[in-house]
Design a protein around this ligand. Structure first.
Ligand SMILES: [Zn+2]
Length: 76
C-alpha cells in the first residue's frame, strides 16, 4: 500500500462563499441611520445615550451639551 498525499484544499471556495452568505443572512449588519445627517452608521451603544447618531454628530451633540449645560455630568 502506498500513501498518496492528496492535495486537499483547506476550504473549497464554494463552501467558503456559502459560509459567507450564510453569515450575512444570519447577521444582516445592524445599520442605523444617523438622525441628524442621515449617514448610515453602526449603532453606537454608548454607556449613556444609545442615540441614532453617527460618531461625528454624536460628538457635536456632546460638545453642544457642554456649551449649554456644563453640569450635566451630575445626572445619570
Ligand atoms: Zn451624523
Amino acid at each position: 500500500m502506498k500513501k498518496k498525499p492528496l492535495p486537499e484544499p483547506i476550504i473549497s471556495p464554494e463552501i467558503l462563499e456559502l459560509a459567507k452568505k450564510s453569515v450575512e443572512a444570519e447577521k444582516p449588519a445592524p445599520r442605523k441611520r444617523c438622525a441628524v445627517c442621515g449617514a448610515s452608521c453602526a449603532p453606537l451603544t454608548g454607556p449613556q445615550n444609545p442615540d441614532d447618531l453617527c460618531w461625528v454628530c454624536r460628538r457635536l451633540k456632546i460638545s453642544a451639551w457642554r456649551d449649554s449645560d456644563q453640569q450635566i455630568s451630575a445626572q445619570e
